[in-house]
Design a binder for this molecule. Structure first.
Ligand SMILES: *[C@@H]1O[C@H](CO)[C@@H](O)[C@H](O)[C@H]1NC(C)=O
Ligand SMILES: *[C@@H]1O[C@H](CO)[C@@H](O)[C@H](O)[C@H]1NC(C)=O
Length: 555
């Protein structure tokens, strides 16, 4: 059971300050009505609004000193002025004033501080009119109420700490302590509530940003603000505060990788996609629209690579050559619509392809080679080069079989061409040596080079007569100077070394030098008679012819 106590202030009393006090028990509620004579009426009653119909307000007959037994005969009644409602009835038997109609203080008086209804009690025989006042007291029968059920705010995420957002005040039809006394805000991360009291004593709340917002973490915030009145028990009303956090460009784009590492075979065809970069920006709309561009690139690189600023696809628009550059670095940046940027790098590792054949160079060549060169004599120095790397640049060198030469590896990439056997100019005077160089790429590339080597003559062959001996018959009395026969010797050596010169080996015939009988033409080998022969004196003659070559060195 609740006990409500109602108190009213007595206005200045004109006649008497007599007090009447009585109690009534209604609907299980015990309450007191305090009454006093007032300046405006003969009697006044203070009581709470919303009492039940029939509830006793007071005994007006007693209070006015009327005879209770004559009430009926004097046709006592309550008179209301104009069209106003009659709020109370009088019990003709007891003289008690009772509630006739629902009395809603808020409906009658709104926010007025006091709510007084004037009524008249009329009696006849003789005609008598008594004024009386009903002073309606407020009870806490209304809850605070906000105009809307949801208050919407759109707040930039960049809003500073301490920013304020005024809330509509909550309305409570009750007055005094029964009206709104305080506001409370549901516990939350970002806002606190500030309660402002205006000059007229009314209160409203404002949200105070206590911790900065971050749209990327939370886009929407819902809070409940409660307005509480001072009644006992208090009543409350709530409103939902809905905060939409607006984007500010507070995030730069973020690349999916700090460094993009890519391998790309050299000579890749045009339009090959090298890499696709991507970046995300947590902001919204333009603030989050990312475009890409290269950082500083040389003219050459700009011709080789293209970048789609929207999709981040990097393609090949030119030729890349491992031998020119084995790795390429492309700086790239991502920008959002407001120009906030971040950076990344693309590291392209160019993969070698076996696109270069070995190149054979002849550093020196001792041609012609004397035919008497000892086996192992160096006749040339060869160098091979291959611009490719690793296996693609590893080169093997060979020469064809069946030649008396071989390649002997020397320092890196150098070979000596040496003889492997004796040479004989008279058998083979020159050689076409084919050197083949093959790399170890797959497929391998090779190249070859011909070397023309000639063999220089050495005077290593003596002249040889075609016949061991020559016979000739001469008629006596021949003419002096006539030719008798001719000898012939050959020498396969070159030029002077092979040029045969004939001469007679000197000897005596019958006490006279052989040269007085015969002579031989040094060049042609034709033998002539120096004198006329006489059969009777000499029947035969034997001479030795010497064949000699013209070489500078005889063996
Ligand atoms: C060497 O090659 C040349 C032309 O390539 C040819 O004229 C010559 O007869 C060749 N010599 C030998 C000894 O094979
Ligand atoms: C003849 O042979 C000698 C060595 O025996 C050599 O020095 C010379 O150059 C050769 N002459 C010619 C024309 O080949």
């Amino acid at each position: 059971m609740f006990v409500f106590l109602y108190w009213t202030l007595f206005l200045p009393v004109s006649k008497s300050s007599q007090r009447f006090c009585f109690s009534a028990e209604m609907s299980g509620l015990l309450f007191f009505v305090l009454m006093a004579h007032t300046a405006y009426g003969d009697v006044s009653y203070s009581f709470p609004e919303e009492m039940k119909r029939g509830s006793v307000i007071g005994n007006i007959a007693k209070d006015l000193g009327l005879d209770v037994n004559r009430l009926s005969s004097r046709k006592v009644r309550i008179h209301t002025e104009g069209n106003r409602k009659r709020y109370c009835d009088i019990n003709l038997n007891t003289g008690e004033l009772t509630v006739a109609e629902r009395i809603d203080r808020e409906g009658l008086c709104g926010k007025k501080d006091s709510c007084v209804i004037k009524q008249e009690l009329v009696l006849e025989n003789p005609l008598q009119v008594h004024h009386f006042l009903l002073n309606i007291e407020d009870i806490n029968d209304n809850s605070p109420q906000f105009k809307q059920s949801v208050i919407k705010f759109e707040i930039q995420e960049s809003a500073d700490k301490g920013s304020r957002y005024l809330l509509d005040e909550a309305h409570d039809a009750d007055i005094g302590m029964n009206s709104v006394q305080s506001y409370a805000l549901q516990n939350n991360e970002h806002f606190v509530l500030n309660v402002l009291t205006r000059a007229n004593g009314r209160k409203n709340g404002e949200l105070l940003l206590n911790k900065e917002l971050n749209r990327e973490q939370q886009k929407e915030i819902s809070l409940i603000v409660t307005a509480v009145d001072g009644g006992t028990p208090p009543r409350s009303g709530t409103v939902v505060i809905h905060v939409t956090v607006l984007d500010a460009n507070d995030n730069a784009p973020v690349f999916s990788q700090d460094v993009y590492k890519v391998s790309l075979p050299e000579n890749s065809p045009l339009d090959t996609v090298v890499v696709t970069v991507s970046a995300t920006d947590a902001d919204e709309g333009q603030n989050g629209e990312v475009t890409f561009e290269f950082g500083h690139l040389s003219e050459i690189l700009l011709e080789i690579f293209s970048l789609d600023s929207v999709s981040g696809v990097i393609k090949l628009t030119g030729a890349i050559d491992y031998e020119e550059e084995s790795s390429i670095e492309l700086p790239i940046q991502a920008k959002d619509g407001q120009g906030l940027a971040s950076y990344s790098t693309i590291l392209i590792d160019i993969v070698d392809v076996n696109d270069n054949a070995p190149v054979i160079g002849i550093n020196s060549l001792n041609t012609p080679v004397p035919e008497n060169a000892f086996p192992g004599t160096e006749v040339g120095i060869i160098n091979v080069q291959d611009r490719d790397s690793e296996n693609n640049g590893q080169v093997r060198c060979s020469i064809q079989q069946n030649v008396p030469f071989k390649l002997v590896p020397s320092i890196k990439n150098y070979y000596s061409l040496v003889t492997t056997g004796e040479l004989d100019r008279e058998l083979l005077s020159d050689y076409n040596i084919t050197i083949t160089a093959t790399d170890e790429g797959s497929p391998p590339l090779s190249s070859s080079k011909n070397i023309h080597l000639t063999v220089a003559d050495v005077n290593d062959n003596p002249p040889v007569f075609q016949e061991q001996s020559y016979r000739a018959h001469v008629q006596e009395n021949n003419k002096a100077g006539s030719s008798i026969c001719s000898v012939s010797a050959t020498d396969p050596d070159w030029r002077q070394n092979g040029t045969v010169v004939y001469s007679l080996l000197s000897s005596d015939v019958n006490g006279a030098p052989v040269s007085s009988f015969l002579s031989v033409n040094g060049d042609t080998g034709v033998v002539h008679a120096v004198r006329s022969f006489d059969y009777e004196q000499m029947k035969s003659l034997k001479v030795l012819v010497l064949a000699r070559d013209n070489g500078s060195l005889l063996l």
